[in-house]
Structures are given as structure tokens and as C-alpha cells.
Design a protein around this ligand. Structure first.
Ligand code: 3HC
Length: 280
């Protein structure tokens, strides 16, 4: 695979685009929002410069990586990609529409993938005309740091598609794990209910946000506490995942906490809006 398409220039999309460009591949990053696309491009450049300043990337690789990155507003520019990874907003209808657009312009051999956090791979695949060449390739935030990628097969994903995805993920230095489709896959099914529980503990006044985070850092050896992690992931994304778990399993243990909803309604989404459980 030589050219990778990434749909969406937000936190995950730009992180994925950077990863592939940094690893020597041509990347086409597409978004419909020009301001977001430019923000994503600038974020990638800043992040590459930071790596170079720390001596983790040769100085000349900043420009070389940026030269391999094409930013575009047009879906047609994804036509020549070998693999297209969709990393847009966590909404089924929007993702389906985006994937149908990519399906219409991409060559027959292009593999389509989604970075969805919890939505059904089978349902997304069925919206395209290539369900056999469709799967979930789920990265973790921050993409540059987190080693894991969940590889999720839909009901129709072919063996060849899975193997091609596994090879490319390994080629860019990540560790894949094979996951059968299930709501939240593996990591988010465990992680997001934990965050939801932390929000409940905060709402009940059991402990302060600092105490909750300190407790989980020192008591469970987590690198950051659950509320700081919610701010990193985005409270809107956490809520969207809880909604999927709640709906799909119809089990009250997955009920999103009202405080999580309130945070999202108040646009306190975390780092990306400058305020979540903490101020940024
Ligand atoms: N992009 C790139 N690099 C980053 C970064 C970012 N956004 N944030 C931090 N880093 C780098 C720093 O530059 C630093 O690099 P260095 O060692 O070369 O100096 C290194 O990571 C450590 O950073 P810090 O010292 O600033 O802070 P921490 O030690 O707290 O590390 C962290 C930051 C890596 C984010 C760490 O806190 C962590 O691992 N947190 C947990 C992250 C996690 O659980 N992610 C999964 C979320 S779930 C998900 O993504 C799924 C989705 O579907 C919701």
C-alpha cells in the first residue's frame, strides 16, 4: 500500500494521517470543513516539529512528511488510495453517507475502513458496495503514542482484507489485536464504562475530580486518571460510546451518567473545547 486516505481532520483523523505520512506513505486527508482541515494540517506540522526538536525525528523528515500529505475538501481526491480510513464524527448516518461517497469514487481494489469507536462494522459495511473489502481499523488517542490498533471484522470482511490491514498496521509500528464485532469492541467496552463510573463518583460528591484521578493513577497504575482521560478522548465521544453500549446491550449498567450528558450539552467536551472536567 502506497497511498492512504483519511476522512476527517479532527483529533483522530489528523493523528492517523500524521502516522502514515511520518512512516513514508502518501496521505490524502479529506474533510468538508476548510477551517478544521487547516487546523488538522497545522497540528500535524506542529507535532512533527516537536518530535524533531526532541531528536525523535530527523529535521528533514518534517518537510518530507508534510510533502507526502495532501489536504483536500474533495472526496474525488481519495480515488487513487489503496486504503481509506474514515475518522469522522461518531454518528451512524453521517458515517454511512461519507463511506458511500468514498465507495463511489474509489477504485475496485481500495479497502475501506472505519476508525469508529463503537458502531457496527457490519452495518457500515452494508452501506457500501464492497462489504468484503471493509473493516474496522481502530486507533487510540494519542495516535502517535498508543501502540494498539483493534482490527475488527464485519460479517462479510474477507480474509485478504483482514490480512492487508494487519500488514499495514504492523508496517507503521503498531500492534494489532483481532476482535470480532461487538459493541465497543474490547478497549472501549471496558474503558468507557469506567470513565462513566468516575463521572458518577464525582457527581455523588464521593471525591473531588483531582482525588478520583489521583486514586486511579496511584491505585491502579493508570497513566492519567479517568476524568483527565475523558477530557483527552472528548466527553462527546465518551457519551456516544456509552449510548451505543446502552442501546445495543439494553442493560442499565451502561446508562450514561446524567452529568456526562450535562457536560456535553454545555460544550464542555474536554481538551478540544478548552474545558471539560479540567480547564485547558
Ligand atoms: N500527541 C503526540 N504525543 C503526545 C501527545 C499527543 N497528543 N500527548 C503526549 N504525547 C507524548 C509527549 O510528547 C511525551 O513524549 P516524550 O516522552 O517524548 O517527551 C509523552 O507522550 C508523554 O507525555 P507527557 O509527559 O506530556 O504526559 P504523560 O506522561 O501523562 O503521557 C499520555 C501522556 C501518553 C497521553 C498518557 O497520559 C497516556 O497514555 N494516557 C492514557 C491514554 C489512553 O488511555 N488513550 C486511549 C484512549 S481511548 C481511545 O482512544 C479510543 C477511542 O475510540 C475513544
Amino acid at each position: 500500500m502506497k497511498t492512504i486516505g483519511v476522512i476527517g481532520a479532527g483529533t483522530m483523523g489528523s493523528g492517523i494521517a500524521q502516522l502514515f505520512a511520518q512512516q513514508g506513505m502518501n496521505v490524502v486527508m479529506q474533510d468538508i470543513n476548510e477551517a478544521l482541515l487547516e487546523r488538522g494540517r497545522q497540528g500535524i506540522e506542529k507535532s512533527l516539529q516537536k518530535l524533531a526538536s526532541k531528536g525523535k525525528l530527523p529535521e528533514e523528515e518534517v518537510k518530507a512528511s508534510m510533502d507526502r500529505l495532501t489536504c483536500t475538501l474533495k472526496t474525488e481526491d481519495l480515488a487513487a488510495c489503496d486504503l481509506v480510513i474514515e475518522a469522522a464524527i461518531e454518528q451512524m448516518d453521517i458515517k454511512k453517507k461519507i463511506l458511500q461517497g468514498a465507495d463511489a469514487v474509489c477504485g475496485e481494489n481500495t479497502i475501506l475502513a472505519t476508525n469508529t469507536s463503537s458502531l457496527s462494522i457490519t452495518e457500515l459495511a452494508a452501506a457500501t458496495k464492497r462489504p468484503d473489502r471493509f473493516m474496522g481499523i481502530h486507533f487510540f488517542n494519542p495516535v502517535g503514542v498508543m501502540k494498539l490498533v483493534e482490527l475488527i471484522e464485519g460479517i462479510a470482511t474477507s480474509k485478504e482484507t483482514y490480512e492487508a490491514a494487519e500488514a499495514i498496521v504492523k508496517a507503521v509500528g503498531k500492534t494489532p489485536v483481532a476482535v470480532q464485532e461487538a459493541p465497543g469492541f474490547v478497549v472501549n467496552r471496558i474503558l468507557i464504562p469506567m470513565i462513566n463510573e468516575a463521572v458518577g463518583i464525582l457527581a455523588e460528591g464521593v471525591a473531588s475530580k483531582e482525588a478520583i484521578d489521583e486514586a486511579m493513577k496511584l491505585g491502579a497504575n493508570h497513566p492519567i486518571g479517568p476524568l483527565a482521560l475523558a477530557d483527552l478522548i472528548g466527553n462527546d465521544v465518551c457519551l456516544a460510546i456509552m449510548e451505543v453500549l446502552y442501546e445495543e446491550f439494553a442493560d442499565s449498567k451502561y446508562r450514561p451518567h446524567p452529568l456526562l450528558r450535562k457536560m456535553v450539552r454545555g460544550n464542555r467536551l474536554g481538551r478540544k473545547t478548552g474545558e471539560g472536567f479540567y480547564q485547558y
